[in-house]
Write a protein that binds this ligand. Sequence first.
Ligand code: 8YV
Length: 327
Amino acid sequence: MSQPQPRDIVVLVPGRLHGHAVTRLGDGFRLVRIDRADPALIDAEVAASVRAVASMTAIDARFIDALPNLEIIANFGVGYDAVDASHAAIRKVMVTNTPDVLTDEVADTAVGLLINTVRELPKAEAWLRAGRWVSDGAYPLSRATLRGRSVGIFGMGRIGLAIARRLAAFGLPISYHNRSKAESVGYTYHDTLVGLAQAVDTLISVAPGSAATDKAVNAEVLAALGTSGVFVNIGRGSTVDQTALAAALKDGTILAAGLDVFDDEPRVPDTLLSLGNACLLPHVGSASVHTRQAMADLVVDNLIGWFDQGRALTPVNETLSVGPRQG
Ligand code: 8YV
């Protein structure tokens, strides 16, 4: 049996990408790899040959403009704040992301992070491993509990909804804030983030990174959450004023925080590292073998759909109206 031939289509991969995506891209396309998304790293001939980019790194307007025949950018990740999708739309370049396949994984992680934060489970395990159960006795009772809490979700999209459903099953009341009320969502809506924070004691940010959400969780929101407040961030670090958050944790403005995402990853400031009431994870929301493989498949299937059928599977909103090139 003869092997299927790769398409005569150049796909550029700047920086690191999931190994399964790289293998499938190599099988199906002409794959070109460069260290980072920097126009200086490609000559004019290669630049002109590139019709697709597959990436999990920042793709800015300058890089898009350096690729005159670019048709599609397939982003590895549901969050595509690192891709200048508005500029891509102007240039009639399709942008795709990887929704749905990671929804349940990220929601599971959010719930785990919330429980770890409230019940101090990582600290309790460290206590056991350090031999303190033997030397000092039982781990101290956790100051906080999920019992009696009320949850506010900032960003009631697919992942927000999956978190809400899980926590509703835990018996907790759920409210949310979005730019606008989601008609199909039955949970209590607040038209401001401060209003939501005032109404709840547990705030979970699932909001995407954008100019509109930049540092939206600020000192005022944290003060409104209050002294028994717990803040969890599973969305993007940029949605939080990290300096204000560290200060609020330190001076008791809020009780505790669980963070999977940060402003300047992978760097986490000492002001957070030094706090006992911050539960910190290295951006592992979707990071299981199962889910990352599904995300990698969706990146590649978007390119196959685009070049074989003229249709991307999961276009982002900004480029919904972008169609395939004629001729
Ligand atoms: C990944 C994520 O960590 O999907 C997202 O938006 O933040 C995560 O699932 C990220 O895509 C890896 O680059």
